[in-house]
Design a protein around this ligand. Structure first.
Ligand SMILES: [Zn+2]
Length: 153
């Protein structure tokens, strides 16, 4: 586990608030697909503190996801951000008084990934040339789950 994502519970006892601020390498997002990649650092700001029996994380984070434009397929950087994300973790779930907030941050960010993006701030210049040939039903990919079955057998 990355040192940077660790929160030491003992250091927060007595009402202390730990400031979290940094740029984290995107490898903790564990995403590397042809149509979804992260190359920019993930900028994180926030704080961590304790209640009677929970650790509270309050974070904002931003980065860019590399995704293909849904019209022209060019890879573009889509902004990805979470603001005022809260995560609570009961002490009973925290081992050895050290909490790694990487997985919670990862989950919060991945949920926010847009399904589709378009280059040129949503106005892909290829749209005009392609649109007359695109009917709504042909824009979606069609899956034939049994296409591999040989029914003649
Ligand atoms: Zn485009």
């Amino acid at each position: 586990m990355t040192e940077e994502f660790k929160i030491y519970i003992d250091r927060l006892k007595g009402g202390l608030v730990q400031k979290i601020e940094g740029a984290f390498h995107p490898s903790f997002l564990e995403v590397n697909e042809e149509e979804l990649q992260f190359e920019q650092p993930v900028a994180v700001r926030g704080e961590a503190y304790l209640t009677d029996d929970h650790l509270i994380l309050h974070l904002s984070a931003k980065t860019f996801a590399e995704m293909p434009c849904s019209v022209c397929n060019k890879m573009i950087q889509a902004p990805l951000a979470i603001a005022n994300f809260y995560h609570t973790e009961p002490f009973t779930e925290i081992r050895d008084a050290v909490y790694n907030f990487g997985p919670a941050l990862r989950e919060a960010l991945l949920i926010e990934i847009p399904r589709t993006v378009e280059c040129n701030q949503g106005k892909c210049t290829s749209r005009e040339t392609i649109e007359p040939y695109m009917r709504p039903e042909t824009r979606q990919e069609t899956y034939f789950p049994f296409a591999d079955f040989d029914l003649k057998e």
